[in-house]
Ligand binder design. Structure first.
Ligand code: CDV
Length: 321
């Protein structure tokens, strides 16, 4: 065990820029203007990194099924930055503030991903992350009050979880459903992550099991706080909340310390900025003691983790929600 605790402070002031709903008829330019306003608000509070939600540029379109997927292509970005998103990059450069942003990506080879980028304070794109755990269903389920057809619109990433040197630390990314899986955090923990940024859209009605509905906020905090603590990392989770196209979504954006404690949390479900000073040195108190992975982990005892997908009850991988 290394035992070395936090040294001279290495503080990055991080903002969570929660958004209220984006309706289907909202113009992309107007949504980008909203993002710019949030970025300026965060910059006024001294933030160096602003975290925006998943699919921040559009409404959460997987709630509708279209028989021809090309009909939904207008929700996707073919380049980043683009003419439409350039004002956000310009604002970031002007204020010296970096950001992470979630959007639907259509690649030059026609692949569709649920993607998040990390942009440094000079406006350069440091990294792309494509969602690994894609929830929901792949076909039309007309009996639902609304669809969650992410598995129709997006293919799961085969690139895994990166961790990048940026903002004077080790930064990782995950998107929405990824935050519910311990593997997500551990993959990044093994790459010495110090701060994980995550955007999400979580409907407050979970159609496959309504008993989970009143627990949405609890489960959101539970998974992110435990992921932070068990890997000694900061976690920043940011929602697109409120009622979007008749579907109410969870807010509860928060900044969590390596201790698992919540440093800041939004109060409402609309556009709102929270900030916290994240001393990345704090991670050492956990990563070099109780969760010294090099010293204490037992990968030889974890063979099921990579040799099988689940307990084998649904070998066809049938969708559950
Ligand atoms: N956008 C998401 O990934 N939403 C999921 C669904 C399943 C509610 C989530 O885990 O929050």
């Amino acid at each position: 065990m290394k035992g070395e605790l936090r040294g001279a402070p290495r503080v990055v002031r991080v903002a969570g820029a929660q958004m209220g709903p984006v309706q289907r008829t909202d113009q992309r330019d107007d949504t980008v203007a909203r993002l710019c306003a949030l970025l300026h608000r965060a910059a006024d509070l001294g933030a160096e990194l602003v975290v925006f939600p998943e699919l921040a540029l559009t409404t959460f379109f997987p709630r509708w099924f279209v028989a021809d997927i090309a009909e939904a292509d207008h929700y996707f970005e073919r380049e980043m930055p683009s003419t439409t998103t350039a004002p956000l990059f310009a604002a970031a450069r002007q204020r010296g503030v970096g950001f992470s942003l979630g959007y639907a990506e259509l690649t030059s080879t026609g692949r569709r991903f649920n993607t998040q980028i990390l942009v440094e304070r000079n406006g350069t794109v440091v990294a792309h992350y494509r969602k690994v755990h894609v929830p929901g269903h792949a076909g039309h389920e007309p009996n639902r009050p609304f669809q969650h057809a992410e598995r129709y619109y997006f293919e799961p990433s085969d690139e895994g979880f990166g961790v990048w040197d940026a903002f004077n630390g080790r930064i990782g990314m995950m998107i929405c459903n990824d935050r519910r899986w311990p593997e997500t955090y551990r993959e990044m923990g093994l790459a010495k992550v110090e701060l994980i940024v995550c955007g999400y859209n979580t409907p407050l009605q979970y159609i496959p099991d309504p008993s989970q509905d009143p627990l949405a906020d609890f489960h959101n905090s539970l998974v992110m706080q435990s992921g932070a603590y068990q890997n000694g990392t900061f976690v920043v989770g940011v929602a697109k909340g409120g009622e979007e196209e008749g579907v109410d979504s969870l807010a509860g954006s928060q900044i969590i310390a390596p201790s698992g404690e919540v440093l800041a949390k939004t109060l409402g479900n609309g556009d709102e900025v929270i900030v916290a000073d994240c001393d990345l040195e704090w991670c050492k108190n956990y990563q070099n003691t109780l969760f010294d992975l090099d010293y204490y982990r037992r990968p030889e005892a974890y063979h099921r983790l990579t040799s099988q997908r689940g307990p084998g009850t649904h070998p066809d991988g049938s969708p559950r929600g």
